[in-house]
Write a protein that binds this ligand. Structure first.
Ligand SMILES: [Zn+2]
Length: 413
């Protein structure tokens, strides 16, 4: 009998998501590689083996046993698109929106993102760190074990880099795995000329991001950056070795998803509006569609991304909260799964794939996270349901009972 750290037993099913070592597309997204009455063996923070209770009986002597008691076990959720570091909240904008103003009206009037920028510039490193840490803890309690974090509420060197430094502190100190993205190209700040700002973004800013960010992202849309400006910034970022991401087609399709995919972007995010031609370019280049249904929901929009068309086109889909103070202040990947199923017509299985293995690939962590396969990091959750279909069925509540991070139980409810 082999001695190990942890044995997770008595799961209704263990969804291992075992499969090819890449993002899953089309029908593959519905294959969860479930083990009924499953057990997971964990040692030194890694998955050692998964199997049915019968297969695993008598093989391991564990220092700790976690009984799932007939509940569902799956990889921790990965949230690959968040704006986690900022100061202040924007609930005051809801009243204006409910009275008929659109998100873009509010932004054009100097509110929206600009309101958060004003408060974030005044916040110290410690203030930003404390608030972001609290948010990450809420995410962990909702089953998220890895998070991508973007800057974008500074829009000038000092604050942009302060946000990246906060994100990197979280990357070192946990509790979640973190990938850091520079989104200085969020909107043009009120106090700088457009040309000067784009020139900073495509040169000096990128040099300052070395060692601070892994990815560079641009918000290419009406009211933000043009296609030409976005391509200029992404090309310079690529030349400096950064991974690329893009906010594309949230309000208008400017052709950003296809352009970013042609440059080798790891993901194109939002895609409420995107043409079939661009989906074909994404498929060809392996660019993952990161869909953010919480933003459509919170903004009261009827325009959700067409996940069915993407699945049909063979584009791999990931889901994310887009956690931010203006268009989606939700910590819950479970809620995103519910929205993906009930508003976008995704199957529960496809939505689970999109929230685990595909989301891990969308933040460059597919080799380490997102499945329960031998050698992968032992990040797993126990949900108070018996089947994947019950996750979006019991929507709007937190189903998490246990969270295991790197083999340690960190949430126990
Ligand atoms: Zn975003």
């Amino acid at each position: 009998m082999k001695s190990i750290d942890l044995l997770v037993t008595e799961a209704s099913q263990v969804l291992t998501l075992a499969g090819p070592a890449r993002q899953r597309c089309g029908p593959e997204m519905s294959e969860l590689s479930a083990i009924p009455n499953g057990t997971v063996a964990v040692d030194k923070g890694l998955v050692v083996e998964t199997g049915s209770a019968a297969e695993m009986a008598g093989k391991y002597r564990a220092r700790k046993t976690l009984e799932a008691n007939g509940r569902l076990v799956l990889p921790g959720f990965v949230d690959p698109h968040t704006h986690l570091v900022f100061a202040g909240t924007r609930e005051y904008e809801m009243a204006a929106r409910l009275a008929g103003d659109s998100y873009l009206d509010i932004l054009a009037g100097g509110g929206g993102i600009h309101g958060t920028v004003e408060k974030t510039r005044k916040a110290s490193f410690d203030e930003l760190l404390e608030s972001a840490k609290g948010r990450m803890q809420r995410m962990l309690e909702h089953g998220t074990t890895a998070v991508e974090i973007k800057s974008g509420y500074g829009l000038e060197p000092e604050t942009e880099f302060r946000i990246l430094d906060v994100a990197n502190r979280l990357r070192h100190d946990g509790p979640c795995d973190v990938a850091v993205t520079f989104l200085g190209g969020h909107v043009v700040p009120k106090d700088t000329g457009r040309e000067a700002y784009v020139s900073w973004l495509s040169g000096e800013a990128l040099d300052g991001c070395k060692g601070r960010a892994e990815f560079v992202d641009v918000f290419c849309d009406q009211g933000a950056f043009t296609l030409e400006e976005s391509v200029q910034i992404l090309k310079e970022a690529k030349a400096r070795g950064f991974g690329l991401k893009i906010h594309a087609g949230q309000f208008r399709d400017l052709g950003a998803a296809g352009a970013a995919a042609s440059l080798g972007a790891i993901s194109a995010d939002h895609l409420e509006h995107v043409s079939a031609d661009q989906l074909a370019v994404m498929k060809k280049n392996g660019t993952i569609a990161v869909l953010l249904p919480g933003a459509s929901f919170f903004l009261g929009s009827r325009e959700y991304p067409d996940a069915k068309a993407m699945e049909k086109a063979g584009v791999a889909i990931a889901l994310s909260t887009d956690f931010n103070p203006g268009s989606c202040p939700s910590y819950s990947m479970q809620m995103m799964i519910a929205l993906a199923c009930h508003q976008m017509g995704m199957s529960a299985a496809a939505a689970v794939t999109a929230s685990t293995v595909n989301a891990a690939y969308a933040m460059g962590r597919g080799g380490l996270l997102g499945t329960l396969e031998p050698g992968k990091q032992a990040d797993l959750i126990v949900l108070d349901v018996e089947t994947p279909e019950q996750i979006p069925y019991f929507y709007g509540v937190n189903l998490v009972r246990k969270v295991v991070k790197k083999g340690r139980v960190v949430v126990d409810i």
